[in-house]
Design a protein around this ligand. Structure first.
Ligand code: PAF
Length: 282
């Protein structure tokens, strides 16, 4: 597997592969990879002959009081994981390479409305940081296919909208969330949990499953279900930022909808966990 921090070398390799007729798959990451990321690479492999991954802890998507400086950085282990998952090249740019301008002068990409609800309401500016970095990475790699985890459902919806709105010829592929045996969605931020908090964390996925159970038996008072779930989380020691039942495209749900998604974000001590659960209603 090739490793580079240079845009020129990234472009050179991608151009050679493309000239040889290969389709290029791309998996952007912030590193500290787990089995969920490995699956993204494997899925990219099934679509494309060549797979590029990136590792870049993107300062633009962290708020001033968030965990940018303590976000786990594990480049050696990440490269080993990417190589055994089948990546051909990992791009690991510095901040100066990614953002040649001072951050306050940088051109930004923004998806309004969809980027302002749920996560966006609790993390102002977060999705502008995500779309700005992903747009730049897409322009540098020029992939045919890009693969993202469904755990960040709203991020995936926003990236699909950006690609649609800007007319980029990139297929965006979502991959279902990978979970530990007790249901906790894999996340780099799980590393922040103490042993006691790790034991409490499955409450988030369990609560989403309980809400799904209520929906499946026909309950449709969405606001009451969201309030009840927030209380259950509080009893289990988690402070919810939101529990929200939506349509898969994140619009408000209607009574007759056959597909819904339950999304939640909750604090466990100083660690913020997010999760979601798509529900099909016969
Ligand atoms: O999902 C992530 O890890 C990040 O938001 C992404 C897409 C790599 C952009 O920094």
């Amino acid at each position: 597997m090739l490793q580079t921090d240079s845009i020129e070398s990234l472009r050179e390799h991608v151009a050679i592969w493309r000239a040889a007729g290969a389709r290029i798959g791309f998996v952007p990451t912030m590193g500290n990879l787990h089995a969920g990321h490995v699956q993204l690479i494997e899925v990219a492999r099934t679509h494309c002959e060549r797979v590029v991954a990136s590792i870049f802890v993107n300062p633009l998507q962290f708020g001033p009081n968030e965990d940018f400086t303590r976000y786990p950085r594990t480049p050696e282990a990440d490269c080993a994981a990417l190589e055994s998952a089948g990546a051909d090249l990992v791009f690991m740019p510095s901040v100066a390479t990614m953002y040649p301008q001072p951050l306050e002068q940088l051109t930004r990409v923004s998806v309004p409305q969809l980027g302002d609800i749920l996560e966006g309401a609790h993390r102002p500016g977060h999705f502008d940081g995500v779309t700005t970095v992903v747009a730049r990475l897409f322009n540098l790699v020029q992939p045919d296919v890009a693969v993202f985890g469904e755990k960040d459902w709203q991020q995936l919806a926003i990236i699909r909208r950006m690609v649609d709105d800007l007319g980029w010829p990139i297929d965006i592929v979502g991959v279902p969330t990978v979970r530990d045996a007790d249901g906790l969605a894999l996340s780099s931020r799980n590393a922040y949990l103490t042993a006691a908090q790790r034991a409490m964390a499955p409450s988030l996925a369990r609560t989403l499953n309980e809400v799904a159970g209520h929906l499946r038996v026909g309950e449709r008072d969405f606001a009451a279900l969201e309030r009840a779930a927030t209380l259950v989380l509080a009893e289990d020691g988690l402070r919810a930022d939101y529990v929200s039942i939506r349509r898969p495209d994140l619009r408000e749900p209607h009574l007759g909808d056959a597909q819904l998604i339950i999304l939640a974000a909750a604090w466990l001590g100083s660690t913020r966990l997010i999760d979601n659960l798509p529900v099909s209603l016969g």
